[in-house]
Design a protein around this ligand. Structure first.
Ligand SMILES: Nc1ncnc2c1ncn2[C@@H]1O[C@H](COP(=O)(O)OP(=O)(O)OP(=O)(O)O)[C@@H](O)[C@H]1O
Ligand SMILES: [Mg+2]
Length: 288
C-alpha cells in the first residue's frame, strides 16, 4: 500500500503524462452554489492509469467520483488541471472514452438491441452491422430473448446490463464505469463481475470503475483509490496483490481480507467526515 503523496505530486507534466494511458494532472472542480458562491466538489487529483490496467475508485457519497469521471469523459470542464490520453491533452474533448453513466440512460423509444448498438451507430457503423454485433453480445450474455423489448419492460438489473453492453460494444480502449452493478442482486452481480473481467482480459482495455462495494473493488482491480470526503482527493492507493484470473476462493484469502480491513477503516473515517460535513453544510445553506 502506498500513500497518495508518493505519486500524486510532481510528475504533473505532459512528459509524465506520456508514460500513462490516462493521466489526470491536478484536476479539481467547483460548482456555483445556490447563493452564488463556489462549492468545491472535487479537490486536486493527480493520477496515472497504465495501459490495460483495472483501477477502482471508492469513496463516500458526494465526494466527487462522478464529477471526476465527467471531467475525464470531457463532459465537464475542470476548474484547474488537465486530462491527458496517450500523452495528448484531451481536456474537454468528448467521444474518446466509453462511459457508462451512474444512471443507465437507455433511450425509452429504442428497443434493447437498438440501445446496445447506439454507440457504434453514432461512431459511424452501419445500423444493420451495429445491430448484428449488438444481437451477438446480447445472446452471448443471456439477454437474447429481450432484444426486441423496450427498456420499460426490463428489470433495473437488466437495464444496467444493457447499458454496460452498449458501453463495451462502443469499443474504446478506455472505459469509465460508474457503479455499473449498483442495482443488481448479489448473484447477478457476481456473474457480471466475472463477465466484465473476461471481457477485460480478452480486450485489455483500461478500466476506471466506481463502486461502493469494497469486495467488488478488490475482486476486480489491480489498484484501488480511496477518496476523501468532499471535496474529494485521493487519500490512499491500495495495490491488490492477487493473481489473475480472479477466482471465487480468493474472497476468503488472508490477503483479500487484509486489504478489505484497510479499505473499510479508511472509508469509515471518510464517511464519518461526510456526515459531519453535511450537518455543517445544511446549517450554512440555511443562513445563505
Ligand atoms: N452540475 C452540478 N452542479 C452543482 N453541483 C454539482 C453538480 N454535479 C455535482 N455536484 C455536487 O458535487 C459534489 C460531488 O458530486 P458527485 O456526483 O461527483 O459525487 P459522487 O462521489 O459521485 O457521489 P455518489 O457516490 O453519491 O454518486 C456533490 O456535492 C454534488 O452535489
Ligand atoms: Mg456518483
Amino acid at each position: 500500500m502506498t500513500n497518495s503523496a508518493a505519486w500524486s505530486s510532481s510528475a504533473a507534466t505532459a512528459s509524465g503524462a506520456a508514460t500513462y494511458k490516462v493521466y489526470i494532472d491536478g484536476v479539481s472542480k467547483s460548482f456555483t452554489g445556490p447563493a452564488g458562491g463556489d462549492v468545491p466538489a472535487l479537490g486536486k487529483v493527480s493520477v496515472g492509469l497504465r495501459d490495460g490496467e483495472f483501477v477502482t475508485v471508492v469513496g463516500p457519497s458526494g465526494c466527487g467520483k462522478s464529477t471526476l469521471f465527467n471531467i475525464i469523459a470531457g463532459l465537464v470542464l475542470p476548474s484547474t488541471g488537465r486530462v491527458y490520453m496517450d500523452g495528448t491533452d484531451v481536456t474537454g474533448r468528448t467521444g474518446l472514452v466509453g462511459y457508462m453513466l451512474q444512471k443507465d440512460l437507455l433511450l425509452p423509444w429504442k428497443s434493447v438491441v437498438e440501445n446496445v448498438a447506439l454507440g457504434l451507430e453514432l461512431a459511424g457503423v452501419r445500423p444493420a452491422v451495429a445491430r448484428e454485433q449488438g444481437r451477438a453480445l446480447l445472446r452471448r450474455y443471456g439477454l437474447g430473448d429481450f432484444e426486441r423489448h423496450y427498456p420499460h419492460a426490463l428489470s433495473g438489473g437488466m437495464r444496467q446490463r444493457v447499458a454496460l453492453m452498449r458501453t463495451l460494444l462502443y469499443a474504446k480502449d478506455v472505459l469509465l464505469l460508474d457503479e455499473p452493478f449498483g442495482a443488481l442482486d448479489a448473484q447477478t452481480r457476481f456473474i457480471m463481475q466475472q463477465w466484465l473481467l473476461d471481457v477485460w482480459q480478452e480486450n485489455k482495455r483500461t478500466i476506471l470503475f466506481i463502486t461502493h462495494d469494497v469486495d467488488e473493488a478488490i475482486f476486480l482491480s489491480d489498484r484501488v483509490f480511496i477518496m476523501s470526503s468532499r471535496p474529494g482527493t485521493i487519500k490512499e492507493e491500495c495495490e491488490v496483490p492477487l493473481e489473475r484470473p480472479r477466482t471465487l476462493d480468493m474472497l476468503t484469502r488472508p490477503t483479500f481480507t487484509a486489504v478489505k480491513a484497510r479499505l473499510f477503516a479508511l472509508l469509515h473515517d471518510e464517511s464519518m467526515r461526510t456526515l459531519t460535513q453535511q450537518d455543517t453544510l445544511s446549517a450554512a445553506e440555511r443562513y445563505a
